[in-house]
Ligand binder design. Structure first.
Ligand SMILES: Nc1ncnc2c1ncn2[C@@H]1O[C@H](COP(=O)(O)OP(=O)(O)OP(=O)(O)O)[C@@H](O)[C@H]1O
Ligand SMILES: [Mg+2]
Length: 305
């Protein structure tokens, strides 16, 4: 069975993801469902900590596919993504061959060292060569690479194949499920976007945030969990959001709930928020900005009539 046939409906996929602790909105599940059905890579963009990387991990689990991760960074080169020759093994082989007196010519020995067994596979090649049910390739934080690297990805993204000068074209037997993530530190090349389905991932709504915190911090009381979701939700919405440079993601809500449990907190108050604010914000200016807003942030929610 290929990834295409694994889930019959969007609801079935949503349930499977929930079963491994991943809670997603319907738009996102639809994008994942379509990327499986159409065998197209999925590009996820969004703020830090909204669950981009986690989605790839959860999807690998529900598909029963090995997760192969290419963590991108500034200055990354093709050989780190695709393959390298094992120079040490090649040298040893050449030395052994020339000393063994088999009479092999230098040209023959040179040909021998460019065989597959001297190739070190990196994530892209490994993903292409993974047998059924195939791999899930996560190309994480692709916006950290440069334009030539993006151009190099096009052949893989469009056709699930790569060309290696010494070995020719290698095409996937089973199309790897491919997820790219970006924090949008720069705009990606249009050619990359055209080859992918695209989904922007926003901060979660209150219900989804509650579900994530409940499932990952079950030791927290129902009251504390609700207060955390309410508080973080307010930080991300107006009028408070404009006071901060960067709003906390789901990752921060989960960490904060864990910290509050560790401190035996039963209910939020200004003091405990002040003491733990370094979990929600990582910028000095944001930490300073929260103090005058605490009373309003902690005020009871207005009752809807
Ligand atoms: N929808 C979700 N369901 C369950 N847990 C989630 C969800 N979204 C985020 N999380 C939690 O938040 C943590 C951080 O998420 P993740 O690392 O995927 O964010 P990200 O979007 O990749 O962030 P970054 O851009 O900084 O890499 C995860 O380890 C997980 O605990
Ligand atoms: Mg990530």
């Amino acid at each position: 069975m290929t990834a295409k046939d694994t889930f019959k409906s969007i609801d079935e996929l949503a349930q499977a993801l929930q079963g491994v602790g991943y809670f997603a909105e319907r738009r996102l599940i639809t994008a994942v469902f379509l990327s499986l059905k159409l065998e197209r890579p999925l590009l996820l963009e969004g703020e830090p900590g909204v669950g981009k990387t986690e989605l790839a991990k959860a999807l690998a689990k529900v598909l029963g596919r090995p997760l192969i991760r290419l963590q991108c960074y500034d200055g990354m080169e093709q050989r780190e993504a695709l393959y390298e020759w094992n120079h040490a093994a090649q040298l040893l082989h050449m030395r052994a061959a020339s000393q063994s007196g088999t009479g092999a010519s230098p040209q023959e020995i040179e040909r021998e060292v460019y065989q597959k067994r001297f190739l070190v596979k990196r994530p892209l090649l490994e993903a292409l060569q993974t047998k059924a049910p195939g791999a899930l390739l996560l190309i994480d934080e692709v916006d950290r690479t440069d334009e030539p690297f993006e151009a190099f990805l096009l052949e893989y993204l469009g056709e699930y194949q790569v060309s290696i000068p010494e070995l020719g074209t290698i095409k996937a037997e089973v199309a790897p499920v491919t997820i790219l993530t970006s924090n949008r530190t720069r705009d990606l090349n249009d050619a990359v976007k055209r080859r992918c389905l695209y989904q922007w991932m926003d901060y979660p709504d209150r219900e989804r945030e509650l579900a994530v915190v409940r499932s990952q911090v079950p030791q927290a009381s129902a009251q504390l969990t609700e207060q955390v979701a309410e508080f973080v939700g307010r930080l991300r919405s107006q009028p408070f959001a404009s006071a901060f440079q960067r709003a906390p993601g789901i990752a921060e809500s989960v960490e904060w709930a864990k910290a509050l449990v560790a401190l035996n907190t039963l209910t939020l108050d200004p003091e405990v928020v002040q003491d733990t604010v370094g979990i929600l914000f990582k910028q000095r200016e944001d930490i300073a900005a929260i103090t005058p807003l605490l009373d309003d942030l902690l005020a009871p929610a207005p009752t809807v009539i």
